[in-house]
Design a protein around this ligand. Structure first.
Ligand code: SAM
Length: 368
């Protein structure tokens, strides 16, 4: 034991020495000038410079995107190309500012400027066409406001606006008013489309499966599942008021904080549910799901996760910070989720390679 820890100390010391030497070299202006003379090293240096600039200015990019969405500029351009003057008139922003916005939008790929007209570019068209994307962009104003003072945000000193936006995470289902529930249900169901597609494409679904979607909200995932597998029997378990009209699923109202998970299902899914909650809540929920399943029953978990071997931009930067802002949330890595499943007794745990890790990662496991 002692020997292992001294070997560990040595490799940490070596690593520290290596990083110190390397960073000393990189910070040396003469060394930078020297490397700038050679094609390969100068390309690396330029890329690093661009990356630092991008890190510093990313907030400006998001605000330009936000303005295009919130002012209605993208929607107006969807109807056809406009001159700067026409767009300025439609979005209520003066001509000089509209021109600045349009050049920025061109640089960021939402629009094109040609023959004194502004056209919607491919990226702009995609933003308009992806279900829920416009709403997701708009709701980020709350998150940006929480991040205005990032030091006190990360010190946890501030009450965040995001924790108010997702009030169910505190477990007070009965105190939620219907406006709250429908506001977040709407955002979730619109943005569910891509998550559902990637989830359904990853797993195998038997025709006769009796499926329960826990925290299934208004049933957007259930609907996609039935669209793909029409013979499937699917129920949604969620807090009262989350159900939408005219859905193909049966709605079972309840809270996994206080109620048991309904039985009689051979697959139970949690789509974008775990990352809203702390470890204890997730452990209790997964334990309840385990108890509700028959032997051979399956759990399917699908949500954005941390990068496994190395941290990544979407999981470790965006989703981890977002769920932290919710106060009760936590973005986990596939192996952290798998460890929880294993601890509870699930087996044959499978982490599917993610098609779009910024959308979701899917894990399935079985009850022995
Ligand atoms: C982030 S939303 C995800 C909704 C849906 N699965 C999706 O991906 O679009 C989390 C869902 O969990 C539900 N939920 C939260 N707490 C719950 C509880 N205690 N019992 C049942 N459902 C709950 C919420 O109402 C909400 O529909």
């Amino acid at each position: 034991m002692v020997q292992r820890s001294s070997r560990f100390d040595l490799s940490t010391k070596l690593l520290s020495w290596w990083y110190n030497q390397k960073n000393k070299l990189i910070k040396n202006i003469r060394v930078q000038d020297f490397f700038a003379r050679f094609p390969i090293t100068s390309r690396v240096a330029r890329k690093e410079g661009e990356a630092i600039f991008q890190l510093m200015t990313g907030f400006v990019d998001t605000q330009i995107l936000f303005t295009f969405v919130k002012s209605g500029a993208l929607r107006h351009l969807e109807a056809g190309s406009l001159s700067i003057e026409e767009l300025s008139d439609k979005i209520g922003i003066n001509i000089k500012s509209t021109e600045i916005l349009c050049r920025a939008g061109y640089a960021l790929g939402f629009v094109r400027l040609k023959s004194k007209k502004i056209f919607l570019a491919r990226r702009g068209a995609l933003i308009l066409s992806l279900p829920g994307m416009m709403e997701l962009i708009e709701h980020h104003s709350i998150f940006y406001a929480d991040l205005l003072d990032p030091i006190s945000f990360f010190r946890g000193e501030k009450e965040t606006k995001l924790s108010k936006f997702w009030p169910y995470v505190f477990g007070q289902a009965e105190s939620l008013d219907s406006v709250d529930v429908s506001r977040y249900s709407d955002l979730m169901s619109k943005s569910q489309f891509m998550v559902a597609r990637d989830t359904i494409a990853s797993i195998k679904v038997r025709k006769d499966t009796k499926w329960l979607d826990v925290g299934g909200g208004s049933g957007a995932f259930a609907k996609e599942l039935v669209n793909k597998h029409s013979s499937l029997k699917i129920s949604v378990f969620d807090i009262p008021g989350s159900s939408a009209e005219n859905q193909p699923h049966k709605f079972i109202p309840g809270s996994f904080f206080t109620d048991q998970i309904p039985t009689g299902f051979d697959t139970v899914s949690c789509i974008r549910v775990l990352y809203d909650h702390d470890d204890q809540t997730v452990f209790d929920l997964l334990t309840k799901i385990y108890s509700s399943l028959p032997v051979g029953g399956r759990i399917v978990i699908s949500e954005p996760m941390l990068g496994e071997l190395s941290p990544n931009k979407w999981g470790d930067t965006y989703f981890a910070t977002y769920t932290y802002a919710m106060k009760t949330g936590k973005t986990r890595s596939p192996s952290q989720v798998s460890e929880l499943l294993e601890k509870i007794g699930f087996s044959k745990i499978k982490i599917f390679p993610s098609r779009r890790p910024f959308v979701t990662t899917v894990i399935e496991a079985y009850k022995n």
